[in-house]
Write a protein that binds this ligand. Structure first.
Ligand code: NAD
Length: 489
């Protein structure tokens, strides 16, 4: 296979790394390097400068909001037009099944359309005043230059979750995609250029952690938005603190799935399976710990073990495949090490727990673990792989305490046919999203983000735009001088 070479996208054009350094990106299914991208921390400075000029002096700075919206919609249409190309590149980069990368690529337009629709409705307020001689109003103005750092598991979607509200607000953006999945962000930026985005509004700087660190510590960044793991997030938050740069942090989870005795058993089993094995468990909302009521636990565990053995593993580019490989060898090794730790702590591996013998070394088989409790590492730590830990419970208060006993607070699933119990659980669970009799729904219309160690700030929903705006208050004395200027008030 020939290796493709991609440069950074800075100031509306591809730009070769000045240090000449490149890093490889590998197809996790074949193990082959398929592309090389720039790896030059110094390029961050060029990108931030271009974004600053575009924000302050370029056509973007004075462009009416409706025109910004038009460009966003045109970009959305270009992404839909090329959804198959983008999905194929994403699957090649991270091994996610083509059914999901295609659905995600086709959904990008709706996200951009939603935020485009809000761009020309971001009104301030005219406020009541202490005296009729004053007019006081607020304006909602863009934060400025945004630094966006993206992980590998849903690179295009998570990028658009950041771009949509940032562009609607009138910001310009410097993006650092994951070193594992750098290519689709460049493809998006090229299409932004094609539909007429002014140079410098969207910039992409590829590379490893040093590039991310250069971006998060850059004093020219007015707002950081990061999606990734908690350890990296702490580096980002420390760097942000040094410059007093505000940040949105969307981090990992250890999301509980709770199945009551009155649940629809078939629906709950499907929800548990898809909740953990979709995307090979490499999703922030993976429902990775299950609490099943003792009345139905045996039946559900039997069904889960049988179904886990039947899942179709294979080439993620095939429509028939239900589970692809781990996104990298490091990721596979991490998953296997965590399963080994569970074994050492006395857990039973009821299904999987090994790499697939026929598919080469990159597939961890769908794994179900029992005989664990809330103190076990496999129940407390994010695996980011196809590993479900199952526990049982007897009553509602007990399971609420167990579910909330976690450092994370991203999401939870509740399966019950008792409507009052469902809502009661939603109120008691200390997480950012609760799904009742469903799992893993996300939409541009619904705010998404975690509590506790799962981060702060929201992607999606109108709330997401607030992160990229700041409020300016304007006071006007209409006539004469009616107050003592030496006294504040
Ligand atoms: P990661 O934290 O390893 O990397 C995230 C990004 O940070 C990458 O672009 C990486 O290159 C960059 N980076 C690395 N070192 C850096 C540094 N010192 N300073 C700044 N940036 C740096 O995460 P990952 O492995 O790419 O993604 C998996 C994690 O992301 C999981 O924990 C998952 O739960 C989380 N995630 C969260 C959400 C959400 O919305 N809450 C969504 C998807 C993934």
């Amino acid at each position: 296979m020939t290796t493709e070479t991609f440069d950074n996208w800075i100031d509306g054009a591809f730009s070769a790394p000045s240090n000449g350094e490149r890093m490889a990106t590998t197809n996790p299914f074949t193990g082959e390097v398929w592309a090389e991208v720039a790896d030059d921390p110094a390029a961050v400075d060029d990108a931030v400068r271009a974004a600053r000029v575009a924000f302050e002096e370029g056509p973007w700075a004075t462009m009416p909001a409706s025109e910004r919206a038009r460009l966003m919609r045109a970009l959305g249409a270009a992404l839909t037009r090329d959804a198959d190309v983008l999905a194929a590149a994403e699957t090649r980069d991270n091994g996610k099944i083509i059914r999901e990368t295609t659905a995600q690529a086709k959904s990008l337009e709706s996200y951009l359309d939603y935020f485009a629709g809000s761009a020309d409705k971001l009104a301030g307020q005219q406020l009541p005043t202490p005296s009729p001689n004053f007019l006081v109003y607020t304006e909602r103005v863009p934060k400025g230059v945004v630094g966006a750092i993206i992980p590998w598991n849903s690179p295009l979607s998570l990028l658009v979750w950041k771009l949509g509200p940032a562009l609607a607000a009138g910001c310009t953006v410097v993006v650092k995609p994951s070193d594992i999945t750098p290519v689709t962000a460049l493809m998006l930026a090229e299409r932004a250029g094609e539909v007429g985005f002014p140079p410098g509004v969207i910039n992409i700087v590829t590379g490893g952690g040093a590039v991310g660190a250069a971006l998060s510590s850059h004093p020219g960044i007015d707002k950081l938005t990061f999606t990734g793991g908690g350890t990296t997030a702490k580096h980002v938050a420390r760097a942000a603190a040094e410059n007093l740069t505000p940040a949105v942090l969307e981090l990992g989870g250890k999301s509980p799935q709770i199945i009551f005795g009155d649940a629809d058993i078939e629906a709950a089993t499907n929800g548990l399976l898809a909740g953990i094995f979709a995307a090979s468990g490499q999703t922030c909302v993976a429902g990775s710990r299950a609490y099943i009521h003792t009345d139905v636990a045996d039946e559900i565990i039997d069904r889960l073990v049988a179904r886990a053995g039947e899942l179709v593993l294979g080439d993620p580019a095939s429509q028939a495949t239900e589970m692809g490989p781990a996104a990298s060898d490091d990721q596979r090794d991490r998953i296997l090490a965590m399963i080994d730790a569970a074994r050492d702590e006395g857990a039973t591996i009821a299904a999987g727990g090994v790499v697939d013998a026929e598919l080469g070394g990159r597939f961890v088989r769908p794994t179900i673990i029992t005989d664990v409790d809330n103190q076990c590492s496999i129940v407390r730590e994010e695996v980011f792989g196809p590993v479900l830990a199952i526990m049982t419970f007897d009553d509602e208060d007990e399971v609420v305490a167990l579910a909330n006993d976690s450092d994370y607070g991203l999401a939870a699933g509740v399966w019950t046919n008792d409507i009052r119990r469902g809502h009661r659980m939603a109120r008691k669970l200390n997480v950012g999203t609760v799904w009742i009799n469903t799992y893993r729904n996300v939409s541009y219309m619904a705010p998404f983000g975690g509590f506790k160690q799962s981060g702060y700030g929201k992607d999606n929903g109108l709330e997401a735009i607030d992160a990229f705006l700041q409020t300016k208050t304007v006071w006007v004395e209409l006539e004469g001088a009616t107050r003592d200027p030496f006294v504040i008030g």
